[in-house]
Design a protein around this ligand. Structure first.
Ligand SMILES: Nc1ncnc2c1ncn2[C@@H]1O[C@H](COP(=O)(O)OP(=O)(O)OP(=O)(O)O)[C@@H](O)[C@H]1O
Ligand SMILES: Nc1ccn([C@@H]2O[C@H](COP(=O)(O)O)[C@@H](O)[C@H]2O)c(=O)n1
Length: 228
């Protein structure tokens, strides 16, 4: 860049549910002074709006017709990420079971994906030092030219154990089945399914601590920046 400032670095982190995308992305972004975008929160926010406005989430044409209506704003400070819909803070309600069970159906609708993808690209383009963007299709569709693409994985057992710890001891079997069901829906949709980009680095987090995963990703970003 002309003034000698470093070029913004764009990091895409994708993977199935519970592999550690949010925890890793926030920590990496905070450590490296980058912005952070949780794209799952945006799909959850539009799902919350559909439910609250009486849209039938089993009816793709009703979802498509309403997709442009809600105003979704994401705050990208990794130490305090925010999400609002029409000015309302929805960071709590979007994590509730009702939204979780409906988000895959809403996010499969092409008009929803087009709208949210446009928002995501605009946010990434305006990140001054760079950004870590996490989701399901960031490396494949949203930011195919990202400087670094990571695809996190973990066994269903490890992911269920992590989630049930988070949900204060929710039943392991039920949690595992719910994760597998959501991943299957996200991987099999026609538009921009959950997938590893050909040029993504796969990191299996099953036997790694969160700290180890963060260190691994930070090292990969630093190597990229150094042109290695
Ligand atoms: N390597 C790890 N070892 C142990 N626990 C972890 C690890 N990575 C993340 N966790 C924990 O697992 C849970 C899920 O992590 P996180 O929310 O980051 O996953 P995610 O991939 O973003 O999930 P989702 O896609 O469903 O939002 C959190 O409680 C987090 O603290
Ligand atoms: N890039 C993305 C990100 C998320 N989704 C959909 O949102 C759901 C919730 O994501 P979480 O990360 O908050 O669990 C997810 O199950 C997908 O349906 C998406 O489609 N694309």
């Amino acid at each position: 860049m002309e003034n000698g400032a470093a070029k913004p670095v764009i990091v895409a982190i994708d993977g199935p549910s519970g592999t550690g995308k949010s925890s890793t992305s926030k920590a990496v972004a905070a450590q490296l002074g980058l912005s952070y975008l949780d794209t799952g929160a945006q799909y959850r926010a539009i799902t919350w709006w559909m439910v609250n406005n009486g849209i039938d989430t089993a009816d793709p044409s009703a979802i498509a017709a309403a997709a442009a209506k809600p105003e979704i704003l994401s705050g990208t400070d990794p130490t305090e990420p925010t999400i609002t819909v029409d000015g309302v803070d929805v960071s709590g309600p979007i994590r509730e079971q009702d939204v979780t069970s409906k988000v895959s159906a809403v996010s499969a609708v092409p008009e929803v994906r087009a709208r949210i993808t446009e928002l995501q690209r605009a946010i990434a383009a305006s990140a001054v030092t760079g950004i870590v963007v996490e989701g399901r299709d960031i490396g494949t569709t949203v930011l195919p030219d990202a400087d670094l693409k990571i695809f996190l994985t973990a066994s269903p057992e490890a992911r269920a154990a992590r989630r049930s710890g988070e949900l204060k001891g929710a039943d392991l079997h039920t949690t595992r089945e719910a994760l597998i069901k959501r991943d299957a829906a996200d991987s099999s949709r026609k538009t921009s399914p959950l997938a590893k980009a050909d040029d993504a680095v796969e990191v299996d987090t099953t036997d790694l601590t969160l700290q180890q995963v963060v260190e691994c990703v930070v090292t990969l970003v630093e190597e990229k920046r150094a042109g290695k």
